[in-house]
Design a protein around this ligand. Structure first.
Ligand code: SF4
Length: 244
């Protein structure tokens, strides 16, 4: 089984709310978001050394008891054909497993959930679900029906989940965030992430100024009318919350 692990953070207190987790980074991605902070994983993964799967599994096993879970992120983890086998190894250690995905592979997502290999899913929603707009933000052609299907699978899964959007001023405005939130109507949790002009895949993004925190809070308040809760990543206070 070959899963090329390109990064490992042994413990994080902020990645999965309320949990201590390890983070595993897998390379490659089918999208090319200009603001992507992992261009090394997306564009030149073969230049990075791989960490053996056995070493990671042993470390996760050793940490079991004080580390609650593992987040498998990327890149796009569903790009790897042996992902299910790798997740099974992680699950067999007894930790909780979260998958971060861009939602472009609903069949793989469905299969992983059906095989009880996930405890939580975090999915990026790049833009309102209009083809031209989505492709502009994702940087490549996209199948919008796949994105919709992934949203549906996640919302019906019964698992803990989170949808999130990186909000970059050159790509998305308040109306776009509202449009996304309306598509997510009834979802439990939606998180807005501020765009950060560092290590961007498209270096022109380094010149872009992020939205002020107050603007993001306003967008979150507006989006919160449609979902269970909406917050800005990194802010402790939920700016909008609703009990369905
Ligand atoms: S930000 Fe975009 S390009 Fe980067 S890993 Fe995520 S989906 Fe892929």
């Amino acid at each position: 089984m070959v899963v090329p692990i390109k990064g490992f953070i042994e413990n994080s207190l902020i990645e999965w709310e309320g949990k201590i987790v390890s983070i595993i980074f897998l390379p490659a991605c089918n999208l090319r978001c200009p603001y992507c902070h992992a261009p090394h994983l997306v564009l030149e993964p073969n230049d990075l050394e791989s960490i053996p799967v056995d070493a990671i599994i042993n470390k996760v096993r050793q940490n079991h008891g004080w580390v609650d879970g593992v987040v498998v992120t990327g890149g796009e983890p569903t790009a790897h054909k042996h992902l299910a086998e790798f997740l099974k190894l992680l699950k067999d250690t007894g930790v909780l497993v979260r998958l971060d995905t861009n939602g472009t592979n609903p069949q793989i997502l469905k299969d992983l959930i059906g095989r009880s290999l996930l405890d939580c899913v975090a999915m990026d929603i790049k833009a309102p679900l209009q083809k031209e707009k989505y492709e502009q933000v994702a940087g490549v052609p996209c199948n919008i029906e796949d994105i919709k299907e992934s949203i549906r699978i996640i919302m019906e899964s019964g698992l803990e989940y989170e949808f999130r959007t990186t909000v970059c001023p050159t790509q998305l405005n308040g109306d776009d965030i509202k449009d996304i939130a309306m598509v997510l109507q009834g979802a439990g949790r939606y998180v807005l992430q501020s765009f950060r002009p560092t290590h961007c895949l498209d270096t022109r993004m380094l010149q872009v100024k992020p939205y002020p925190a107050e603007t993001l809070r306003e967008y979150a308040t507006s989006a919160g009318k449609y979902v269970g809760s909406c917050c800005v990543r990194g802010e402790k206070v939920m700016v909008a919350e609703r009990n369905w």
